[in-house]
Design a protein around this ligand. Structure first.
Ligand code: HEC
Length: 173
């Protein structure tokens, strides 16, 4: 059992590159080009595995990660508006390989979640999962990439598939 789990966790690190993607449903990449001006969910970068669900994805436990939310989803993220997130919400995460890369803002990997209109992708909780700043790799519906991201974010289904929101950050810092 333990070996099986380790194998699965190991595979998670390599698989996304070769997974089937889905046609674009959410907005073009220009929708997040100004993300550095958005509300920063993590005033200080997080590292390690605060949720216990990370495995080796998002560049692993040694990476430094910062999360941003656009104005559409900000009130829900900050707890002043009820879940679920409204359509048009964008959650964006930068992952830096290490502290030095963070300090220099060197080559962050971007992973992005876009809330679609209700019913557009029930299999992924109506989130479109995106890899990369250019938005070229999209996962929704029953595509391999959509299932890959969804199967883990499912552990955060109670908070609309969002692991780290403002309240979580405050509780765990
Ligand atoms: C094995 C589990 C796992 C998989 C697979 C996974 N994530 Fe995550 N994701 C997490 C965890 C845990 C966090 C919380 C951030 C942290 O620990 O740094 C997170 C955070 C995020 C966030 C910031 C919002 C939030 O929920 O905190 C985005 C955006 C995100 N992931 C996108 C993706 C995308 C896109 C994919 C697929 C390419 C993906 N994730 C696959 C576990 C996973």
């Amino acid at each position: 059992m333990k070996l099986k789990l380790l194998t699965i966790i190991g595979l998670l690190g390599i698989l996304p590159a070769c997974m089937s993607t889905a046609p674009q449903l959410g907005p073009d990449a220009s929708a997040w080009s100004n993300y550095l001006s958005w509300y920063k969910v993590t005033p200080e970068a997080t590292t390690g595995d605060p949720t216990g669900f990370l495995g080796s994805v998002h560049d692993g436990i040694r990476a430094y990660r910062q999360i941003y939310v656009n104005t559409v989803g900000e009130a829900v993220n900050r707890g002043t508006q009820e879940m679920p997130y409204p359509a048009g919400t964008i959650l964006l995460k930068e992952s830096f390989n290490n502290a030095a890369a963070l300090a220099e803002r060197r080559n962050p990997d971007l992973t992005i979640m876009v809330k679609l209109a209700a019913g557009q992708s029930p299999a992924t909780g109506d989130w479109e999962y995106v890899m990369g700043a250019d938005g070229a790799r999209r996962g929704s519906g029953d595509s391999g990439l959509g299932a890959f991201c969804r199967n883990c974010h499912l552990f955060a289904a109670a908070t609309d598939y969002n692991f780290i929101n403002s309240a979580f950050y405050e509780r765990n810092r």
